[in-house]
Design a protein around this ligand. Sequence first.
Ligand SMILES: Cc1cc2nc3c(=O)[nH]c(=O)nc-3n(C[C@H](O)[C@H](O)[C@H](O)COP(=O)(O)O)c2cc1C
Length: 141
Amino acid sequence: MPDLIHIVYMSFSSKALSEAELNGFLSSIRRKNQDQDITGLLLYNDEAFIQVIEGRKGIIDHVFKLISQDARHSNIVKLLEEPIDKRAFPDWSMGFRKLDHTNNTKIVGYSDFMHQDKSRFKATECAESVRHLLNSFKRHT
Ligand SMILES: Cc1cc2nc3c(=O)[nH]c(=O)nc-3n(C[C@H](O)[C@H](O)[C@H](O)COP(=O)(O)O)c2cc1C
């Protein structure tokens, strides 16, 4: 039984990425993740990212360290890190959803994240909302 974990974090994009930049960025992430058996989901709304990465503990810890140092985003807040029995996104080397005001209303928990008062954001208080948000995404994809 591999020592699987997932990490969920939120961060703020250093700039709004164009469609072309996003595509390039995603294909390089997916290639790297395939090589390392990392799966997950990335959400983006021009301003903020929420990402789930899942895989072997040693690998996920290492990649999260790299991600944390990446200048393309800042204010990275780890929301969850815990062992998992199985992957939530086994078929996605990095599922991606660009969110905007037209498609987010169905996703319960989304607005809590993307529209929260950033100055009052408390990571420790939102583990449940994160699980809720991710479950909601799985149901809608
Ligand atoms: C929002 C965001 C999400 C990222 N997600 C991943 C990821 O899932 N896997 C990955 O290997 N790199 C990811 N990266 C890129 C890493 O931060 C880093 O650039 C990369 O791992 C370095 O790889 P290299 O040493 O091969 O250039 C992400 C970067 C950002 C800004």
